[in-house]
Design a protein around this ligand. Structure first.
Ligand code: F6P
Length: 327
């Protein structure tokens, strides 16, 4: 029989995402509600190795639900990839009597948690915290909705100036391996073309349709490209377009890290609170090494080793709709 968890640690790891603070708050307050000791581990696995660990109370998470970033800070720890690093980390957890962990991060963080748990028999629960929505086992991830809305607001502003000058704009959004931010923000801002890593980009076809649009004097065109598109990012796309359409007035804008910051949307606060609550409930029920996700509006558990980065199948239908709507 599994021993009952008494003290839990919570950490954020990998790239930050808006809503991580709301998730931390939910974990801390649910843990305290159940009479557990709750410890915040600073800078992800790095803080675990360096014993940068502090006990949290209800007040430690006051006034953070609306804040972007993460009060626990975050890092990508190389030392945790080595057995010696993980051994040190475990010794520090023992020092604080921590016997369960909640890891808020992406697939790299989950892989670390799985290895750690196999070696030291400590239950780990993962919460998907990434703006990219590139984790399997959940319809959304903490931070995705905020990032998309930030991109939409920025692109709307670009559209004003683009329209005033009859320009062709290439806007690059984040998404190293996934095109969800590009797809959602592109559809919502009426982009003529959306380039994502999940589908082979038909550059010749794109130029053909832009040429046809130019002929009928449609000079305002928006291309949204995911940074990880297999053809390349905005710089490569701009070079190609300028070569093929020398008369077009082309400008480039890379939105970059503004998509990672800012106050989380209502949706992200709800998702983070829901998942945070269930992370603690899961530990109390003896669950281990699963990610808490949401599928069809219901909490869904996926083994950590299955909740990996996955190129999700973005429906071809959407690409057809994009073409029709932007004609
Ligand atoms: O994982 C989220 C993400 O924002 C990716 O879309 C992006 O490629 C990467 O993180 C950037 O990471 P860093 O902040 O380390 O440059």
């Amino acid at each position: 029989m599994d021993k009952k968890v008494r003290n839990i640690g919570v950490l954020t790891s990998g790239g930050d995402s808006p809503g991580m603070n709301a998730a931390i708050r939910a974990v801390v307050r649910t843990g305290l509600y159940h009479g557990l000791g709750v410890f915040g581990i600073m800078r992800g696995y790095a803080g675990m190795i360096e014993d940068d660990i502090k006990e949290m109370d209800g007040r430690s998470v006051a006034n953070i639900i609306q804040r972007g970033g993460t009060i626990l800070k975050t890092a990508r720890s190389k030392d945790f990839m080595e057995f010696e690093g993980r051994q040190k980390a475990f010794a520090n957890l023992q020092k604080h009597n921590i016997d369960g962990l909640v890891i808020i991060g992406g697939d790299g963080s989950f892989r670390g948690a799985q290895t750690f748990s196999n070696e030291f028999d400590i239950p780990c629960i993962g919460l998907p915290g990434t703006i990219d929505k590139d984790i399997s086992g959940s319809d959304t991830t903490i931070g995705f909705d905020t990032a998309v809305n930030t991109a939409v607001q920025a692109i709307d502003k670009i559209r004003d100036t683009m329209d005033a000058h009859d320009r062709l704009f290439i806007v690059e959004v984040m998404g190293r391996d996934a095109g969800y931010i590009a797809l959602h923000s592109g559809i919502a801002t009426g982009a003529e073309n959306i380039l994502i890593p999940e589908t082979k980009t038909d550059m010749a076809g794109m130029i053909e349709s832009l040429t046809e649009k130019e002929k009928r004097k449609k000079l305002v065109n928006l291309i949204v490209v995911a940074e990880g598109d297999e053809f390349g990012g905005s710089a490569e796309v701009a070079k190609y377009v300028k070569e093929k359409l020398p008369t077009a007035d082309v400008r480039v804008c890379v939105l970059g890290h503004i998509q990672r910051g800012g106050s989380p949307t209502c949706e992200d606060r709800l998702v983070a609170s829901h998942m945070g609550y269930y992370a603690v409930e899961s530990l109390l029920l003896g669950r281990k090494n699963v990610m808490v996700g949401v599928v069809n509006n219901k909490i869904h558990y996926t083994p950590l080793d299955k909740a990996v980065k996955e190129k999700q199948k973005i429906g071809q239908e959407w690409m057809k709709i994009v073409k029709i709507l932007a004609s």
